[in-house]
Structures are given as C-alpha cells and as structure tokens.
Design a protein around this ligand. Sequence first.
Ligand code: COA
Length: 612
Amino acid sequence: MWTCILMRKAFFNANMHLFPRLAGAPTYSLKSQMQNKISFTKKVQILCSPPQVRGISDFIQDGALPSSGAKSRKSKNSWSFPVLDGTIKMEQMDRTEANLRNSEACIQRYLELLGESHQREERDIIRHTQRHGKLLVRERLRLVLDDDDFFELSPLAGYDLPYGTISNAGCLTGIGKVCGIWCMLIANDATVKGGTMYPITVKKHLRAQAIATMNRLPTVYLVDSGGAFLPLQAEIFPDSCHGGRIFYNIAVMSSMKIPQVAVVCGSCIAGATYIPSIADESIIIDKIGSMFIAGPPLVKAATGENISVEELGGATLHSRISGGIDYVTSTEEEAYERTRHIVMTLKCEEPSKEPVGYDDPLYSPEELKALAPQNYECSLDVKLILSRLIDGSRFQEFKAEYGTTLVTGFAHVKGHLVGLVASNGELSYQASLKGSHFVRLCRHRNVPLLFLLNTVPQTSACTSPAQAEDLGRRCKAQACMMATIACAEVPKITLVIGGNFGNDSYAMCGRSFDPNFLFLWPNARVALVDYRSLTTDFLEGDEHFSMDKSTRKNLGKKLEKESSAFYSSARLWDDGVILPQRSREVIARCLEIIKQKEGQIFSHQQQPILRF
Ligand code: COA
C-alpha cells in the first residue's frame, strides 16, 4: 500500500515539472527529454515478436514433459487451485506434428504479411518528411507515449481488399501508456494516400473507439488526413456506421466522461475537420496543421480566388478567429508534449503498480504451436492448451464431469483472476447449460471471462426424428448461453484457437457478441461452414442444394481463401492475429488494460464537452 502511494507520489513529482513554465521562468529543456525518448533502440513494440521455430522433438520427450523455463515466483493467488496435467502423450504425437507443421507455415505467412504492412513507398515517405517536414506516424506515437510499449491492434487490416492493399488500413490504432494512464491512440498515416479515409480506415477508427468505450480509455487522435477517399465515397459517407459515426462517437464518449484529445498534425480536410472540432481539447501545429472543409484548389475552382492554406484554415485562423482549436504549438515535438500535459490533467487514476505475485505455467507456452489445431480432427484436449496459458497451470475446474465438451473454471493469468470458457468438442445441450451457469457465476462475481474458441464445423444434416429432437434441445440451450453472454456485464476476451464456425461461435462470444478484445491464432479458420465439407459428401443428396461438382469445388476454394485468419484480420473481424506462444502476454495485457476502469467513477451520460 505504502509502496503504491510512494510510487504514485514519485510519479507525480517527476511529472509536475513537465507543465510549461510561465514567461519569466527558465525554459524546460524539451530537447533533453526528447533525446531520452528518441533513444529508444527498440521500435514501437507489437506484442507479436517473431517466433523461434523448433522441432517437435523439442516439445515431446518420452512420456512426460517439461516444466521447462517455468520459474516459480511467490504467488498469493493460485496456490490452492489444483494443477492440470498438461503432459503431451506419445500417442498424441501424430496430431501435434501435423499441428506444428501447419502452425509454422501459418506463422511464416503471418510474419511476411506483417513485414509488408509496414512497408511504404519511398516516394511517399520523402513527400511526407521532406516536402511537408512532418514526422512519420510511429515517430509521433513514440513522442506521445511513456515508452516504446505500444499494444498495436489489427496490424494486418487493409491487406488485399477488393480495392487494393491499404497498408495498416491507413492508420495505426493501439493502446499505450501516456503519463502512466492507458490510452487509446488513433493516428492517421499520411504516407498512405495522404491519410485519406478508406472504408477500412473508418472501420479501424470505429473499432478503436468501441474498445476505448468498453474499457473507458482516454482517446488521443493524431489527425493528418485528406478526408474521404473520394472514389469510394459511397462506402464511406452515407450509412450509419460510415465516417460520420466517428464524430458521433467522439461526442458520446465525451458525454460518458471518456476524455477525447486531438492533435492536428497535418491536413485535416472535409470530415476529418470534425475530429479536432468535437474533441474535448485540441492542439494544432503551426505551419504543419490545417483544417478546412474544402481546400485551396476547390476554392479556386469555385470562385477563381487564390487563397493560401494558412489563410483558409491554418493555426492562426483556428486559434484566434474561429476558436476551433485550443492550443497552438510551433513544433511537432511540442504538440505531443502538450498532449501529455493534457492527459496529466484528466484526473484518471493511474493503474495500481502493486506487483502481483504469480507463477509461470508448468509447461512451456512455446509448445502451443504444436497444440494449435490444424483442423478439427487435430484438436487435442483443450486442457493441454490451458496448462500452458495459466499461472502455475492451476485450474479450479467447474462441473468437470458434466458437459465435458466445454471446459469451464477459474484460473489466473499473470495474477489476474479469469473465468475460462474453453471449447473441447461440440457445444452440446449439456455443455451449453453448463456454459450459461458458469457465465452467470462470473457475472455475479464480476470476474472477467476468457473464451477459447474452437468450434466444430457443421458436417452432417439431421437424418432422423431423434436427431431432430436432439438438435432442437441443443439449439435451445445454445440460445440460452448466447443470451446469457450477451447480457453479462463483465469484460470478455475471446481467443480463437482453431475453428470459428457457424452457430457455436455465437455462443462462444464471437465478434457479434461484443467481446472487449478478440484475437486469432494464425491457424484459425473463420467461416459459416468448413470449406472441406463442400469437397466431401456434405449436402450430398440434399435436393434443395443442387450444385454440380465443379461449382462446389469452386465454392470450396472461395471458402478456403475467405476463412483464413489473415482474410479475417484484413477486414477487421478481429483485433489482430497473435502468435500462440505470445497469447499469455497478450491476455495479461488486455486484463491489465481492462482493470484501469475499476477505479473510475461512472456517471450517467451527460452533455459532451462543447466548444462555444
Ligand atoms: N481522394 C482520393 N485520393 C486522394 C485524395 C482524396 N480525397 N486526396 C489525396 N489523394 C491521393 C492523391 O491523388 C495522391 O495519389 P497518388 O499517390 O496516387 O499520386 C495521394 O493521395 C497523395 O496526395 P498528394 O496530394 O500527392 O499528397 P500531399 O501529402 O501533398 O497532400 C492532401 C495530401 C490530402 C493534403 C492533398 O492530396 C489534398 O488536398 N487532397 C484533397 C483532399 C480533399 O479535397 N478531400 C475532400 C474529401 S471529401
């Protein structure tokens, strides 16, 4: 407790001097602070570091396996829970070998795509840095954040879309600490078509805002955008979840007392202008930032008048005349420093730094690559996976003997208590009832839920009245589980470890059930039906589904492509693909972020901050 108070005090003292001094006081050396920040040798960190590929023999020795690398730290939490047996047996070797080969291929592809998504045209970088004298988006983030620890979301968004590959969807989104507070950062990348908003850019903004709202994260927008990407205006402008929703959300979030801060660090054209205009507080960088609905070329075309960017919407106009901006800075560095000053005034509780003791799993998380199922036939008991994710591999299983195709129970992940709901086969009638019961328990106790989703592809149609009765009962129980999850007001994290097929996935808190975070392993498959079923005898003899073999084959190929984890992530159906062996870190990070809102005082929706 005292340690905590002292640490906070030290933090406060260390940060107070960062407010600007009034005229007359010696100027604070921004340069020295900048040097500290820029000296990061490590780039902004994505929680998906390259894997070390190992052979199956590294994972499986005769019979029992390793407690390799499992350090034992003093844990106050999980001593009492029973230990799971996570031993991989010799007879499971065929499956783990197939899984490992598949995982390695998927991971390889994932890393290639990640590399591609970070590439930019040299021409665009030169235009951005030399012609406009601006910093690149990752450099900007580094200046806002306390350190290089940036939990980047959906880095594959925008890959191979029908309208082309839009690197990183034209903007970076992610969570990092600013003055000790977890914040959501949304930053346009103007090296991607002048930062214009594609449909996928809008979607990425909206998802980041949704995460910020669910987790009550102050949100910082670094705006550098040419507005809508005009050729796709019909997919950006008219509908309810198109561009205008970003501005709507800023107002609603502000009214919920989730602070909204914007920095105009480049062009802010057309719709983009409303981001700083609606935000609670806004900063503009002199001679670099500008805001207007229509730029000088449009004015010239409409009126024949020549007008400069500065006259039309520069820092002077917005800070002295329109009042649309609250602070002007003369450099980018100063603007990000000012952003940090604003965050310091938010009175958000800094998350507790009290160290929590926990044990590492008894089995190495590296082995998860061999357990990530290649397909449903390659799925092993999900407890093998759990034993590599949770503290000390200790698990308080709930209803162990009932509805065993779903595993439920309590465990800790890096000291955070979670309720685990893990697929272990078909989501049967009993499994669904058990799932509903357990979710209710967690809801009553306010314990966050972690779903490990590996649902079964639908392979057979109903062929007898007895089967129909069985399916009817199951459907009813699944609906009960869906309703329970939909209304459970506890944080939810979903990790797709294998198949994400059809109906079962709704009951396991798939995307439409609004988890706070949803991640995929690279081997994951996301589709209504498994493409393999189209090439086998599924639907054979179904008179309503008359499709010749070649049409079925083509549909199968289409489904195969559309069900890959990368296809999903490119479209933002998830918050990113993560490496199996990094899952524990990612889950723990999410739980830490979620925890920040515990100390916050909730109030009914009020008026947003308004700029009169
Ligand atoms: N829609 C489609 N493409 C756009 C665009 C828009 N709104 N704005 C810019 N682009 C494209 C440019 O054609 C160029 O494409 P290219 O790389 O294939 O040559 C690329 O984005 C970069 O634009 P460029 O003008 O060369 O870069 P810049 O950094 O000097 O300027 C802007 C960027 C955004 C300030 C400038 O392009 C601009 O003013 N665009 C018009 C913005 C506008 O009127 N928006 C209204 C939307 S409703």
